[in-house]
Design a protein around this ligand. Structure first.
Ligand SMILES: [Zn+2]
Length: 428
């Protein structure tokens, strides 16, 4: 059956409407649509959004298939309401050649749970010394337009300048992991009151902010686009706000965990809270929420960073940095942004679908829910409240900071070009 009628869905949180999918496309949106020849999904007041787009996912394949694979990662994505993810380049081997990005792109196509758009490395081997083959990756079948050494900072200003100059030719973008390496040597957590009390190596806000300040100025000088990964401090927000007011072509993302959690959690010494950039203070959290609401921060990106338990269930200093996020992102955004009145569902669609699709050039994603558009959709039961149970995750990894925490909202259905990838909370 190729026709699906979603009956009584609050499109972007508005009044209930029916949405008819025919094949890969939305055929009609309206009230009292005929169900003839269609499979009917009773939405019953659930919220219908365009399929979410994640500009920052670590799928770990090739090389760390013990943490995640393209298959398990895209299943986790579909489960969280995503129809497209951008896969970071810090794999083994690094995605710094046309061959590796094409391999990841092809795996995404084969598995089909969501579209996978590879991100290419900026420098060979993420070593920060020599520019990778950006042009070859762009011209490959994967059509890479986003480049990042994420996990590491492109700290050499000349390399960063060259990368910005190079991608300008095809309107690509460099996504920077802003971390001044010398200022963060041995850093274990946010530098502040808590790090002083615990005696753990501090990660100062200025290590992030100084790189962002430099890079927005470089982007202005070159006239190119720069994207700042995972903003985590109030000061970073101020710099991006200033840069945007000058017309600099900068975009920025925030992770769900930086919208909710603070460095107070490190007092537990539970490495599940160890993440890069680190959890900051409540003041930072509030500044990030406000900036996402007013558009200074453009998007929410998960920084989904799966790790096997042996890399996380160890002492704090030895533990790997990162958290899984694809399957809880929308719930955390509902908790921190929607239920607080900072953003409505149309705003969520903008920050988690339309804008990330635009920044990364994900054609066919982040489109309006209207006739003629590709049927990339997600249905959310926003009235649901429940405890997070990682045992039910589709991800191969379980390193979530929300285990046992009650969060609102549950994605029940996801459609990728009209094909259901998630039905009643179960992957197809
Ligand atoms: Zn990063």
């Amino acid at each position: 059956m190729s026709k699906i009628l979603i009956r009584g869905a609050k499109v972007l949180g508005g009044e209930p409407q029916d949405v008819l999918i025919d094949g890969e496309t939305i055929a009609e949106v309206g009230t009292g649509l005929s169900a003839e020849g269609a499979e009917v999904i009773e939405a019953d007041g659930k919220v219908l959004l365009p399929g979410l787009v994640d500009l920052h996912t670590h799928l770990r394949e090739p090389g760390r298939e013990d943490s995640e694979t393209v298959l398990t990662g895209t299943r986790a994505a579909a489960s969280g309401g995503y129809t497209a993810v951008f896969a970071m380049a810090n794999t083994f081997p690094v995605a710094d050649t046309a061959g590796v990005v094409e391999q990841v792109w092809r795996l995404g196509k084969e598995h089909g749970y969501c579209d996978v758009q590879p991100i290419g490395a900026v420098t060979v081997g993420l070593e920060g010394r020599k520019l990778a083959e950006l042009g070859a990756m762009h011209e490959s079948a994967a059509g890479v337009t986003v480049f990042s050494d994420d996990g590491k900072c492109v700290d050499d200003a000349v390399i960063m300048r060259r990368a910005l100059e190079y991608v300008k030719a095809f309107d690509g973008v460099v996504a920077q992991h802003a971390q001044e390496p010398r200022l963060t040597e041995g850093a274990q957590m946010n530098e502040g009151v808590v790090s002083a009390e615990l005696g753990l190596g501090g990660w100062p806000a200025v290590a992030e902010e100084s790189i962002i300040a430099r890079d927005v100025l470089l982007a202005e000088h070159v006239g190119s686009r720069v994207h700042i990964c995972h903003l985590s401090t109030a000061g970073s927000v101020e710099i991006v706000r200033w840069a945007k007011s000058r017309g600099i072509r900068v975009t920025a993302e925030v992770t769900p965990h930086h919208l909710l959690l603070t460095d107070e959690l490190v007092r537990t010494y539970d490495p599940v809270y160890k993440v890069n950039p680190p959890l900051r203070t409540q003041r930072d959290v509030m500044a990030l929420r406000e900036a996402l609401a007013d558009g200074t921060i453009d998007i929410v990106a998960t920084d989904h960073a799966p790790h096997p338990h042996e890399d996380k269930d160890c002492e704090w200093a030895a533990a790997a940095m990162g958290m899984v996020g694809l399957e809880t992102a929308l719930s955390v955004v509902q908790e921190t942004m929607v239920d607080t009145g900072l953003l409505d569902w149309a705003g969520v669609a903008d920050r988690m679908s339309a804008k990330p699709a635009r920044i990364g050039g994900a054609t066919g994603h982040g489109r309006p829910v209207s006739a003629g558009e590709p049927a990339n959709l997600t249905l959310v039961d926003t009235a649901y409240r429940g405890q997070v149970d990682p045992a039910g995750f589709a991800s191969r990894s379980r390193n979530t900071p929300y285990q046992g925490r009650e969060l609102p909202g549950r994605v029940t259905h996801t459609w990728l070009r009209g094909k259901a990838t998630l039905v009643d909370g179960k992957l197809t």
